[in-house]
Design a protein around this ligand. Structure first.
Ligand SMILES: NC(=O)c1ccc[n+]([C@@H]2O[C@H](COP(=O)([O-])OP(=O)(O)OC[C@H]3O[C@@H](n4cnc5c(N)ncnc54)[C@H](OP(=O)(O)O)[C@@H]3O)[C@@H](O)[C@H]2O)c1
Length: 311
């Protein structure tokens, strides 16, 4: 009886770990089989998240078409991918140069993409541009460039690939968006506006594509960090603003987001918000109690200005 009670907890923990391990393995195998042999296009495959998506889909046996605007970085990614995988169960990725803000070239790039394998099964719209600054300090030209990168670019590429998917009555389109497509965060007006616009477009597209069995998904992380460690504490670390949007959420690692993108594709999820409780609550507060949300944001700004003045 004594020995049993001593061993009970470790055995229970071992059992739980085993179940979790089996669950994760089954989930990975199911996700993998959903992308095996599929033609997957990733825009800006060289970004932090793009690289991880490339790795996850490549390991899953997808036929990748990797797009990016810097050839050397695409080649480095290619080398990194093929050096760690078994060539008998994976495909060598195809590389395509794509500057997502160069709207006039996107149709030609789409033809190049389609020429790689004759079709596209999964399009992951990951490319994006960020800008930070007060509204009056950002030029209209830059506002338009952000809109090109985050809205007109992805929708032009999607529209160019869609006829191929519609004719085959199959396909999946994923938009990597941001929580800023749901709530506006000060000093990121152009980025938030472009991400809101993209969500609006892809929500409509989802409904329109249902009859063709084409699924449309949006994956919106809060912020993607490269390290599992908190940012260095600064003077204004204590501000409500930082607490509200950053402190509780040190962000998600690109690997987690990439695995979520794979799960989204394999389960054809429509909308995924990757956020810790506080940013998630912010989305609900913005929806149901907008005045409270605006008041919290305004107080965060006041707090930040005060801290900046003091330092
Ligand atoms: N990082 C976050 O905290 C966060 C949070 C939520 C959502 N997201 C979303 O996640 C996605 C990936 O972001 P990320 O943070 O992984 O990116 P990132 O690591 O910050 O990389 C930025 C990338 O943008 C590329 N780029 C810039 N202008 C471009 C253009 N005109 N055409 C093509 N590529 C261009 C750069 O390519 P070069 O190296 O060649 O210049 C670089 O690869 C984006 O859709 C972003 O909105 C990010």
């Amino acid at each position: 009886m004594g020995i049993f009670s001593v061993l009970a907890l470790p055995l229970l923990l071992l059992g739980i770990s085993g179940v979790i391990y089996i669950y994760q393995s089954v989930k990975w195998l199911l996700s993998k089989s959903a992308v095996q042999n599929k033609v997957v296009v990733i825009t800006d495959a060289i970004s932090g998240l793009g690289k991880e998506c490339s790795r996850v889909f490549h390991a899953g046996g997808a036929r990748l078409v990797l797009c990016g605007r810097t050839w050397e970085k695409l080649e480095a990614l290619y080398d990194a991918l093929i050096s760690v995988t078994d060539p008998s169960v994976t495909y060598a990725p195809k590389l395509i140069l794509l500057d997502i803000t160069d709207i006039s070239c996107i149709r030609d790039v789409a033809k190049e993409i389609l020429n790689c394998y004759g079709c596209v099964d999964i399009l992951i719209n990951n490319a994006s541009m960020k800008v930070k600054g007060a509204v009056q300090s950002i030029s209209l030209e830059l506002d338009k460039k952000i809109m090109d990168a985050n809205y007109f670019g992805p929708i032009t590429l999607t529209k160019a690939i869609l006829p191929n998917m519609i004719s085959r009555r199959t396909g999946q389109i994923v938009l990597i968006n941001s929580i800023q497509g749901k709530i506006g965060i000060p000093f990121r007006a152009a980025y938030a506006a472009s991400k809101h616009a993209a969500v609006g477009f892809f929500d409509c597209l989802r409904a329109e594509m249902e009859e063709f069995d084409i699924s449309v998904s949006t994956v919106s992380p809060t912020f993607i960090c490269s390290y599992h460690r908190p940012p260095a504490p600064g003077n204004w670390e204590a501000s409500i603003w930082k607490f509200f949007f950053r402190k509780v959420s040190y962000g998600v690692h690109p690997v987690e987001v990439a695995e979520e993108v794979l799960a989204t594709v394999s389960r054809k999820k429509q909308e995924v918000l990757m956020a810790n409780p506080i940013p998630r609550a912010a989305v609900y507060i913005r929806t149901f109690f907008p005045e409270l949300f605006f008041a919290i944001v305004a107080s965060g700004i006041r707090e930040r200005l005060k801290t900046e003045e003091e330092s």
